[in-house]
Design a protein around this ligand. Structure first.
Ligand code: NAD
Length: 699
């Protein structure tokens, strides 16, 4: 049982005890109801206190029950709350640390509530594409007032108990405890003081209305609707709170229930729940036990103060970790540090960073031109030119100077991490840390595991990622790792679509309508078309037999590298990001098309989306089968956090599962028959074919 019952004098105390956050799983719910029964039956007990053990009152639903029938198994949370409301003796919620989701709903069902200061109070269900389904949308407006309640339900954000207690007329807390330490005693005092009160107060009996009525809810809908395209839950939250103001309590509950069930079945909520669980799963490496001892990382050295080095350094400074940067020349150091200062100053100007915080961060930064100054750092991250000869020189130096046990990381995007590790006498300490540009902004980090990288280095790298607030995914060694290896196939299809009759703007528009942050050509212009060009030149021999459009090469031959040169697939005006179609580029594509003997055709948006997304999916299936990615959900995380894949679709793998892998493969067979596409390209990966044959999904 994960809720305990104990009698203290004439009071019963039910303590939720389901670590880490006292999730309201089946056994906890059962424990509460059994405790209530015992308390009601015991004539010596005059009142009941419900509280939580450890670091929470309750964090709400038990995520281990997510999506399983157990979550609804009776007594479900609604039944537990009804039982509390119907109790013949007062039930007091003693809230501390965390009361979220179902935890807050449970407290709202109690007759009285007392809270310790500092407790985080929230109804975060909207973040999973849901709404609070156990009366939260009906009870919270009754105790807080409609406006604060709408805010909390729609945003899902936590507010501290002492702030809520200051809201005029609030009835959420009957009392604030002096501190978390005195909460237990003060809750028992409160229970004694109300032991004889009858009838017992119920939140459901409080009135609920807004003086502006319909107009207020229209304002809220306008604001919320503009903020959250493609996610149905926030507007549905507004509907539910509105029902609280217009309907009898039980009818409002029924509205909430219906909305909850419809949201639970929505693909958007499935996607958000998938991401929530996937992000947690990504930090676990199958063969690295969670109790693997970590290496201590208190200081970091960074080699190269260019685009990536500066951004990477900022992550560590933001986390309070000292950084020493090395460059070849003082000017390069000055330039790099200048850009970092500029970034911070822009944040200060926008009010996102306090001046003293900025100064504290910069005080953690030092620079050097000499490797001999780096030896004491716990970790070093190399971000120099993408050239194996340069990497060799750097890693030989690092091997010479770094203290034993230091972690040696490379930010390479395309080079072989095993080769880099072999430049040292300590390949077990070498790992890839593939940040994404801009490194101080992008959440994704691919942690590249070399053949010899030790388990404690992997575990430490994952812990460091968390510390610097990155979402880390483990990748094996291969060209492009997970993300860029897949994007290459996506870009190839995008090129073939140009050959067949599309313009860059048509392709981009289709993908942006699908939900990508940017279509492939705008993305190319942002990242720099020259990067892919250099890679293709390096791999010319290998690519000789591969069918791909040469338009991207022709574009680069014109010097149209993208935003940085003011011209790429589109034109750009200085200081602006707007992509303006360019007639010369369109002509270049048409000429190339003609040279290939292709008569242009109109390609549907659906075909554009399917060809690009299924190109990702098929390559991902190879990546999974080869063990480059540990699990399909890791690939979804890479695409959501690193490549602007729409959150509400849950990533390419979940999207493929939702479309149905059978349908994905059928589409691939169809594409293979197009003479201007590449039959070889569309050969289903063995894993995909196997899953289809077995009627299974990726996730
Ligand atoms: P960059 O050219 O902006 O910066 C490289 C810096 O390294 C320069 O300041 C240069 O002076 C310095 N440098 C070169 N050789 C050095 C040496 N021997 N010792 C010390 N410093 C040296 O390049 P970047 O875009 O920051 O890329 C750096 C690394 O990060 C590359 O491996 C690249 O593949 C990788 N990467 C880049 C991106 C990106 O989008 N730019 C994304 C992920 C990874």
């Amino acid at each position: 049982m994960t809720a305990h019952y104990k009698v203290h004098g004439d009071l019963a105390v039910i303590t939720l005890d389901n670590p880490p956050v006292n999730g309201l799983g089946y056994s906890t719910r059962l424990g509460i109801t059994q405790g209530l029964e015992q308390a009601m039956a015991d004539s010596a007990v005059v009142a009941v206190v419900i509280t939580g053990a450890g670091g929470a009152f309750s964090g709400g639903a038990d995520i281990r029950e997510f999506g399983s029938p157990k979550a609804m198994q009776e007594p479900n949370l609604g039944s537990v709350i009804r039982m509390i409301e119907n109790a013949t003796k007062p039930v007091v919620a003693a809230i501390h640390s965390v009361a979220m989701g179902g935890g807050l709903e449970l407290a709202l069902g109690c007759h009285y509530r007392i809270a310790a200061p500092g407790a985080s109070i929230a109804l975060p269900e909207v973040k999973l594409g849901l709404l609070p389904g156990a009366g939260g949308t009906q009870r919270l407006p009754r105790v807080l007032g409609v406006e604060p309640a709408v805010n909390m339900v729609v945003s899902g954000e936590a507010i501290k108990s002492e702030m809520l207690a200051m809201l005029p007329g609030q009835k959420l807390f009957d009392k604030m405890a002096k501190s978390a330490d005195t909460l237990a005693q003060e809750a028992m005092d409160l229970a004694h003081s109300v032991a004889a009160t009858r009838p017992l107060p119920l939140v459901r009996n409080l009135p609920c209305s807004h003086p502006m009525g319909d107009a207020f809810f229209q304002f809220v809908r306008n604001g919320v609707g503009a903020m959250v395209k493609n996610l149905p839950a926030p507007l549905k939250c507004v509907d539910a709170v509105e029902a609280a103001t217009k309907k009898k309590f039980d009818d409002g509950l029924a509205v909430e229930r219906d909305i909850f069930i419809s949201l639970m079945m929505s693909s958007e909520s499935r996607a958000l729940r998938h991401l929530f669980l996937s992000e947690r799963a990504a930090s676990k490496i199958p063969d690295v036990p969670s109790d693997t001892p970590l290496r201590e990382i208190k200081s970091v050295a960074i080699i190269g103060a260019g685009t990536m080095g500066g951004g990477i350094a900022m992550n560590f400074l933001n986390a309070g970790i000292a950084v020493k940067m090395l460059e070849m020349k003082q000017e390069a150091l000055d330039k790099g540090v200048g850009i970092m200062r500029g970034n911070y100053e822009a944040q200060v100007k926008k009010g996102k960073l306090k001046q003293d915080k900025y100064e504290q961060r910069m005080a953690l930064l030092s620079t050097t031109l000499s490797y001999d100054d780096l030896g004491s750092a716990d970790m070093v991250i190399e971000a120099v030119f993408e050239d194996i000869g340069v990497k060799e020189k750097v890693f030989k130096e690092l091997d010479r100077v770094m203290k034993p046990g230091a972690i040696l990381a490379s930010n390479t995007s395309t080079l072989d991490v095993n080769k880099i590790a072999a430049f040292t006498q300590r390949p077990q300490d070498v790992v890839g840390l593939h940040f994404f540009s801009p490194a101080n902004v992008m959440k994704l980090l691919e942690v590249v595991r070399g053949a010899k990288t030790s388990k404690d280095v992997m575990a430490t790298a994952m812990a460091v990622a968390k510390k610097i607030r990155k979402t880390a995914v483990v990748s094996g060694v291969c060209d492009g790792f997970i993300g860029n290896r897949m994007i290459e196939q996506y870009a190839r299809q995008a090129g073939l679509l140009l050959d067949e009759g599309c313009t860059p703007a048509q392709v981009d528009k289709a993908m942006e309508k699908f939900g990508m942050a940017m279509g492939p050509f705008r993305m190319g212009d942002l990242a720099g078309n020259d990067i892919g060009w250099a890679i293709r030149k390096r791999r010319a021999v290998e690519l000789a037999d591969v069918k791909y459009s040469r338009t991207a090469d022709l574009l680069c031959e014109k010097g149209r590298f993208g935003q940085k040169t003011g011209a790429g697939w589109y034109d750009y005006q200085a200081g602006k990001r707007e992509a303006i179609p360019n007639a010369e580029v369109i002509k270049m594509i048409e000429d190339y098309r003609a040279s290939q003997g292709i008569t242009p055709r109109k390609v549907s948006e659906e075909e554009i989306v399917q060809r690009l997304v299924f190109a990702l999916v098929n390559e991902a299936a190879h990546i999974l089968e080869e063990g480059i990615a540990n699990k399909a959900s890791d690939i979804d995380i890479v695409y959501i956090f690193g490549y602007g894949f729409p959150i509400y679709r849950g990533g390419p793998m979940l999207y493929a599962d939702e479309v149905g892998l059978f349908n994905v493969m059928q589409a691939m067979h169809r594409f293979a028959q197009n003479p201007f596409d590449d039959a070889n390209f569309w050969k289903p990966a063995p894993l995909l074919a196997r899953l289809v044959a077995e009627g299974k999904t990726f996730n």
